[in-house]
Design a protein around this ligand. Structure first.
Ligand code: MRU
Length: 377
């Protein structure tokens, strides 16, 4: 089915520019982002030279995806420290820029904690700023390493669940190099399968309303030479019914202590479909995405986005956050329901793969053990 519709790979290259980098003097200081609102049409960097600019980049999704938000938040703290900004205010602005991805607050608190600890040791503000930057760089490196490890554990799990290879994997939203210091979370597992000759096809959900699947995952799949096909989100049901999906791989924005997973809206319906069709539903996320302070799915704050993202169709250069850029597709004044994420309960999840290994079945105890292992290193 649909073989005739498969996209031919268009190239074998990683994204042209890093999703995030730090620019020191004389260029900076600045946090430099690959502007994801302009992909795939243009590969353009966005220079953020102060915290308000970075907050705006976070809110308009120029930078997005849980692990990358953590790295951005940490670099933002370093930027504020080097500029001599009010550190409590800057940290607060960054941490609150988006509410659901737990990594954002994690990255901010980690760099800010290093800064305050340096001051407490009697190191001056300049030295404390350097310490904050070193912490952000360490988080960046650790995330790249976590990506590598998740990819290996994820592929091992696929081999166990689906012996024989030739997988048709379905993914939602974007979870590749564009969300990470490395090659990503769920997408990195699909990429590992591709490199091992085990991927027959990656099914890419377009991911309404902001098209992270169509604009970003298809871009990454093409650049990596993977066989992929794009589908509208509502075509997934018939694809499962036709037996064309062997496993679902998604990332996560926050994982509660009971194993409930917040991820891009549309993930939960896929989990329901996967269970009905007896297809593994696998979540891939670093332990930094696990939030043991949030007890369950109902306690996760789900970001509500502007209705214009739904009442208007976006084009290649996406207009997000209510900005101009879309073509109206609903009568003027139409109210929209536009949550950015939904919650999948643990009983619908076959496994959660982290850099410390996989937990399956998904239990709070199993998750807590993985997190304890990661904090021991
Ligand atoms: O609104 P976004 O684009 O930031 O949402 C991102 C997602 O939902 C990803 O799937 C999630 O961050 C997991 S990938 C690390």
């Amino acid at each position: 089915m649909a073989d005739q519709d498969a996209q031919s790979p268009v190239g074998i290259e990683p994204p042209a520019l890093p999703s995030i980098r730090w620019a020191g003097l004389p260029e900076g200081p600045a946090v430099v982002l690959l502007d994801q609102t302009r992909l795939p049409a243009e590969e353009v960097e966005l220079l953020c030279t102060d915290v308000p600019a970075l907050v705006r980049a976070i809110q308009t999704l120029a930078v997005r995806g849980a692990p990358l938000l953590g790295i951005a938040g940490a670099y933002g703290v370093a930027l504020a420290a080097i500029r001599g900004d009010d550190m409590a205010e800057a940290s607060g602005l960054l941490e609150l820029a988006r509410p659901t991805a737990v990594n954002l607050g994690y990255g901010v608190r980690r760099a800010a904690g290093a800064y305050w600890a340096a001051l407490d040791r009697g190191e001056g503000a300049r030295r404390a700023a350097a310490v904050a930057l070193a912490e952000a760089e360490a988080l960046h490196r650790e995330d790249a390493e976590a990506s590598r490890r998740m990819a290996r554990y994820g592929l091992a799990l696929l081999e166990e669940l689906l012996p024989g290879g030739g997988h048709q994997l379905l993914t939602h939203c974007n979870s590749g190099a564009l969300v990470s210091g490395g090659e990503g979370t769920a997408f990195a597992v699909a990429l590992e399968a591709h490199r091992a000759g085990q991927l027959r096809r990656l099914w890419v959900d377009e991911t309404r309303p902001l098209l992270q699947g169509a604009r970003l995952t298809a871009y990454e799949a093409a650049r990596n030479g993977m066989a992929y096909s794009l589908l509208t989100d509502n075509a997934a049901g018939s694809l499962f019914a036709a037996g064309e999906v062997d496993a679902v791989l998604i990332g996560a924005d926050r994982i509660a202590a009971d194993g409930s997973v917040a991820n891009k809206v549309g993930s939960y319906p896929l989990a329901v479909l996967a269970q009905y069709h007896h297809v593994p539903f696998i979540v891939v996320a670093p332990t930094t995405t696990v939030d043991l302070q949030t007890p369950d799915g109902a306690s996760i704050v789900v970001e509500q986005r502007p209705g214009r993202e739904v009442t208007e169709l976006t084009s290649s250069r996406i207009g997000v956050g209510g900005e101009a850029g879309g073509v109206p597709v609903a009568p003027l004044g139409t109210q929209a329901y536009n949550p950015a994420f939904d919650i999948t309960p643990p009983e619908l999840i076959t496994a959660i793969v982290t850099e410390e290994g996989a937990v399956s079945p998904v239990t709070g105890v199993g998750l807590a053990e993985l997190c304890a292992r990661s904090s021991q290193v």
